[in-house]
Design a protein around this ligand. Structure first.
Ligand SMILES: Nc1nc2c(ncn2[C@@H]2O[C@H](COP(=O)(O)OP(=O)(O)OP(=O)(O)O)[C@@H](O)[C@H]2O)c(=O)[nH]1
Length: 314
């Protein structure tokens, strides 16, 4: 029997990992294999899902749609299939081109492309669409659109617009990716592989990831919370997305998430700092230098920590 493969795509920070984690928690008896594809060299998403997954392989450093060889993907799918999973979910990088990924999966033996889920960030959609009009095409191609972060939506017309762009695919409004897992594994009618060929005509320079860079930062010394908060909230660095873990020299470290102008932190066990920054027109050297300048001589004091803990939410 062919193993169904679902691709979860969506722009940077829209909620793909949240959806995947929800799915893994609510999978019931299903054994789900996961492929996580991150844009940066440090695979933060893989760290976030690793705890609860049956079988996982990661594809870091570049989008699955261009940077990964089709035969590598076929090998990874075969490895997961050997691990006896019932279904495979690929979490695409936030800059990947869904049609190109769908085509790659369709070309892999032993598996069946079971649909493309496009996660939309209800808070950022209008701004993202303005910068990347290609998003419309991604929605048109989706089999299921998850309209996520509905708690942060401000435009009452958004759901209607997304429905129109989705061209008949179901649109499910939700928070934190909490959708019914059955929605993902219901069989969908797929066009034959050949019918996707018009996407071959597109030029990779038109892909959303063209022009995006990543900056990785790892450090064993504690960071200064005030200086780091200033970097994370600076809208002039070109950074759109940042994620990872930060050590301020305390008993616990902080998981950090930046999406557009929104910063969120949460306490986590562990030590050491590993951060990935993703953005357009960044100056990687300047950003690295600023990050190195956040290294502190010792543990952070409680008052200074307020500049970080103010971004903690329930
Ligand atoms: N307010 C709110 N925040 C959310 C919701 N869903 C996810 N988030 C937050 O948005 C941030 C990004 O979520 P992720 O699930 O990591 O997004 P992602 O699409 O996997 O991110 P990339 O892989 O970097 O593209 C995190 O801080 C989440 O906690 C939601 O429904 N509402």
């Amino acid at each position: 029997m062919l193993i169904p493969v679902v691709v979860v795509a969506g722009f940077l920070g829209s909620g793909k990992t949240s959806l995947l984690n929800h799915l893994l928690r609510t999978a019931g008896g299903r054994r789900i294999g996961v492929i996580v594809n991150d844009f940066g060299r440090i695979n933060v998403d893989a760290m976030a899902v690793a705890a609860q997954v049956d079988s996982m392989v990661t594809l870091g450093n570049g989008c699955l749609c261009c940077a990964v060889d089709a035969s590598d993907l076929a090998d990874m799918l075969a490895r997961l299939a050997d691990a006896d999973v019932d279904a495979i979910v690929i979490e695409a990088s936030g800059l990947a081109e869904p049609p190109a990924m769908a085509r790659m999966v369709l070309a892999c033996p032993g598996v069946e492309f079971a649909g493309l889920v496009e996660v939309v960030d209800a808070a950022e959609f209008a701004a993202t669409r303005e910068r990347h009009p290609q998003i419309d095409k991604h929605l048109r191609y989706a089999d299921l659109v998850v309209l996520n972060k509905i708690d942060r939506a401000t435009d009452p017309g958004l759901a209607g617009l997304v429905r129109e762009l989705a061209g008949g695919a179901p649109v499910v409004p939700t928070e934190h990716g909490r959708i019914d897992p059955d929605l993902l594994f219901d069989p969908v009618e797929r066009p034959a592989a050949e019918q996707l060929s018009f996407f071959d005509l597109e030029d990779h320079s038109a892909h959303i990831h063209a022009g995006y860079d990543t900056v990785d930062f790892t450090c064993a010394d504690p960071l200064d919370p005030v200086r780091l908060a200033a970097v994370l909230t600076d809208r002039h660095t070109g950074v759109y997305r940042a994620k990872g873990y930060v050590d301020f020299g305390l008993d616990e470290r902080f998981a950090v998430q930046v999406v557009g102008g929104s910063v969120r932190v949460a306490r986590e066990p562990g030590a050491g700092t590993a951060l990935v920054f993703i953005g357009k027109d960044m100056d990687p050297d300047a950003l690295r230098e600023r990050l190195r300048a956040t290294v502190a001589a010792g543990p952070a004091d409680p008052v200074a920590m307020l500049s970080i803990t103010r971004y903690e939410r329930g």
